[in-house]
Design a protein around this ligand. Structure first.
Ligand SMILES: C[S@@+](CC[C@H](N)C(=O)[O-])C[C@H]1O[C@@H](n2cnc3c(N)ncnc32)[C@H](O)[C@@H]1O
Length: 290
């Protein structure tokens, strides 16, 4: 198959069919933002928040926001993200006191939201293999949360594909926000687009599956894994869950979730910018049964 921009075009137009031209146009459009208020900053939105995304955090949606800054409490006022990135945290349905690991956590936006849900009870492990990116997790936690609110939080640097060699059946919840093809960034970057090749998404999918298989071993029986990516390629989304059915039959069941924006897929939920202005984002919820 062709590489570079032409190969990219061919690959994704075959995958998305007649939807591809408007999806591509939406991917190239400026991004909207959601600001999730930091309760420790006591920040209040000056105008009434729109709350259009239906998520449970206090938040607002605008075309753009000023960069976050510290309030007089000494903590950042809000965290800016894509609204779709909040959905995996909602899907985890975290309860204070639960033990969770965020296997690919840096820079740390989703871990921060998990910390708000856990309320400093139980255990929150934020893991990332990259040391430079782990430093960003520490910075976000220190910028957003008092030290006294981080007692249940620890940062580790393991390879998520191998985690189950060391720990098994430990966590109530596992978030696997996997490294992925990030096609939106590829489209925006001519150098990345020039070196794009179809083998790339296949190679990434192999390591994503290894991480998910590991996650299935480290979550407790009855516990939940949320698998998510910002990929468009189905090889990295529903196909990973399909492979889990093939390789780990009888060990899990799928939990179907619905959200106020996005659309169901065969195994999960996808948010695409042509319909919603958010994403791309994919998630699937897996409950370990054996
Ligand atoms: C999509 S980003 C995670 C974004 C993060 N969850 C957030 O919301 O801020 C994927 C992360 O996975 C990390 N990563 C890549 N391969 C890994 C591996 N084998 N084990 C652990 N982390 C890995 C990368 O360093 C990167 O920070």
């Amino acid at each position: 198959m062709t590489k570079g921009p032409e190969g990219f075009e061919q690959f994704y137009s075959e995958m998305y069919g007649e939807r591809w031209p408007r999806l591509k146009e939406a991917l190239l459009a400026p991004k909207k933002h959601v600001a999730v208020a930091n309760p420790f900053s006591k920040f209040k939105f000056s105008e009434a928040p729109l709350h259009v995304t239906g998520v449970s955090f206090e938040h607002d949606v605008r075309e753009s926001f000023p960069q976050p800054e510290k309030t007089e409490e000494g903590y950042m006022n809000y965290y800016l993200m894509d609204a779709a990135s909040i959905l995996p945290v909602e899907a985890l349905d975290l309860q204070p006191g639960e033990k969770m690991v965020d296997l690919c956590a840096a820079p740390g936006g989703k871990s921060f939201l998990c910390a708000l849900k856990l309320k400093n009870q139980g255990l929150l492990v934020s893991n990332d293999r990259s040391a430079a990116r782990r430093a960003r997790i520490h910075r976000i936690f220190d910028d957003y949360l008092p030290k006294s609110e981080q007692k249940n939080h620890t940062v580790t640097g393991h390879d998520a594909t191998k985690w189950s060699l060391y720990q098994k059946s430990i966590y109530d919840k596992v978030l696997l926000d996997a490294p992925c093809s990030s096609e939106r960034h590829v489209l925006e970057d001519s150098k990345e687009l020039a070196i794009w090749a179809p083998g790339r998404t296949k190679a990434i999918a192999i390591s994503q599956f290894a991480m998910l298989a590991s996650a299935l071993d480290i979550v407790k029986v009855g516990g939940t894994i949320v698998y998510s990516t910002c990929a468009l390629s189905q090889l990295e989304n529903d196909d990973i869950i399909r492979k889990l059915y093939q390789k780990r039959p009888g060990r899990f069941e799928l939990i179907r979730k619905e959200f106020s924006f996005g659309e169901p897929t065969e195994f999960g939920w996808q948010v695409l910018p042509d319909n919603t202005g958010w994403g791309p984002f994919y998630l699937a919820v897996v409950k370990r049964t054996k």
